[in-house]
Design a protein around this ligand. Structure first.
Ligand code: GDP
Ligand code: IMO
Ligand code: MG
Length: 438
């Protein structure tokens, strides 16, 4: 059985949730390895919409096990709320959700600092989801974070919270002009959650190791996307974790030798939420058409997503960083009505065309996309289930993307529902990973 990573190849919201849901039946366990409830993965099943933030999208498949790995930052209240929402929708969570005892906890002061830091940055703000994600990872790296396991040692937890709050209160007073927080009050509310959480908490690295040794398979569900990765993305306009495929190892404790492949997800165009450079962004009626037709509004914050043409420089870079084996192109249908579609094939910077993705934000801000123009297909693709039945112009568009990225495309999504998907069963990667004997 193969263990596969699903990773976003742009700035997030590529449709990872839909594709995870689509392939989950081929796996035993779905594991999240980074991020937190900043993610919003929407899955539509028979007209009903489910939005997952923390819990892997695999939860929608009865019997599949779901892991929240050590690389995730966990807000225990958001976690409980999401469980409740799922249960209210008739999804059974009994013995199916496993939370790492090494995951770091998002605390109330993380949320306060996230908001205050954005305000302090003013025009330079990142446009975070205000969930406390960045400040929580900061504390993790500064070695003063509080982990899930600490909830089960009340005296230790209280001491850690006190030390943290004492430090944060100084920041609140002198830097952010915020009222102080009460350490014991915070400890009380978190300790009150401990019992409810206990049933889910385990050493998930050990658990996943057992799964692998029993010959069962794991699907690693990435959140965010490559260009939001803290190391490889458009820093500082990124999230604070490793969203790229390598994060699947550090974020779960599964070694690289156990990972058999990487599926990169990209939209047929590009979007991004929040601040930061976006070379192919459209500020015209076509951009607004894509936003409306693609319902490009954030599933976590409701913010409108910025929209632009497919950027092959971005996706080629993502393919390199993640060593993507095969690509999934989503939301092809959103382009159905356009007369002309563009693909960015390079960046022009001060008179020359760059041959790799720039590191400096100032360069990215200044580049001009070099675009190819392709004719639109002006046909509804949402009911098409076979590649050969796609209009010729759509096939040419996809073939050009595949050629520019240097990777085959094995799945094409033409609508939010499971059935609105074209799977190229002859794809060598899909055959290798999903054939019964693999
Ligand atoms: P994720 O964060 O990568 O899981 O992506 P999101 O769920 O945030 O955003 C993708 C949105 O597009 C969701 O609302 C999906 O239901 C929807 N979606 C996914 N695939 C398709 C598609 O092929 N066509 C259309 N029209 N919508 C899609
Ligand atoms: P999914 O998993 C799109 C963006 C925020 C902001 C930046 C930092 O649904 O693809 P953070 O709150 O993480 O510190 O914000 O990252 N961002 C996302 N954009 N999809 C996401 O997740 C995102 N998660 C964070 O908008 O620009
Ligand atoms: Mg999303």
């Amino acid at each position: 059985m193969s263990n596969i990573v699903i990773v976003g190849s742009q700035w997030g919201d590529e449709g990872k949730g839909k594709i995870v849901d689509l392939v989950t039946e081929r796996f035993d366990v779905v594991a999240r390895y980074q991020g937190g409830h900043n993610a919003g993965h929407t899955v539509s099943i028979q007209g009903k919409k489910y939005i997952l933030h923390l819990i892997p999208s695999g939860i929608l498949h009865p019997g599949k096990l779901c892991v929240i790995g050590n690389g995730v930052v966990l807000d225990p209240f958001a976690f409980q709320e999401e469980l409740k929402t799922l249960q209210n929708s008739g999804i059974s969570i009994q013995n199916r959700v496993f939370v790492s005892n090494r995951a770091h906890l998002i605390m109330p002061y993380h949320r306060a600092i996230d908001a205050a830091e954005e305000q302090r940055r003013g025009a330079e703000k990142i446009g975070t989801t205000a969930r406390g994600i960045g400040p929580c990872y900061e504390d993790k790296m500064a070695r003063r974070g509080i982990r899930v396991a600490d909830l089960f040692f009340p005296d230790l937890l209280r001491a850690k919270v006190r030390a943290n709050v004492e430090f944060k209160n100084r920041l609140f007073k002198h830097i952010y002009q915020l009222p102080p927080m009460d350490a014991d009050e915070i400890s009380d509310t978190y300790l009150a959650q401990a019992q409810a959480l206990a049933a889910f908490v385990t050493d998930t690295a050990e658990f996943l190791s057992r799964i692998i040794h029993e010959g069962r398979s794991i699907l690693f569900e990435g959140a965010q996307g490559t260009l939001l990765d803290v190391d490889h993305g458009t820093y500082p306009f990124v999230t604070s974790s490793n969203a790229t495929a390598g994060g699947a190892c550090t974020g779960t404790g599964v070694g690289p030798r156990h990972i058999d492949g990487v599926i990169g997800i990209a939209k047929a165009y590009t979007t991004r939420v929040g601040g930061g450079p976006f070379p192919t962004e459209l500020h015209d009626p076509v951009g607004r058409h894509i936003q409306q037709k693609g319902t490009e509004f954030g599933s976590s914050t409701g913010r409108p997503r910025r929209c632009g043409w497919f950027d092959a420089v971005v996706v080629r870079y993502a393919t390199l960083i993640n060593q993507v084996d095969t690509l999934v192109i989503t939301k092809l249908d959103v382009l159905d009505e356009l007369d002309e579609i563009q693909i960015c094939v390079g960046y022009r910077y001060r008179g020359r065309v760059l041959d790799c993705f720039p590191t400096e934000i100032s360069v990215l801000d200044e580049v001009e996309p070099v675009c190819e123009k392709w004719p639109g297909w002006k046909t509804d693709t949402s009911r098409i289930h076979h590649y050969e039945e796609l209009p010729r112009q759509a096939r040419e568009y996809l073939d050009r993307i595949s050629q520019l990225i240097g990777t085959d495309i094995s799945i094409i999504s033409t609508g939010p529902n499971r059935a609105e998907t074209i799977v190229l069963e002859q794809s060598p990667r899909l055959q290798q990973w999903f054939s019964p004997q693999s």
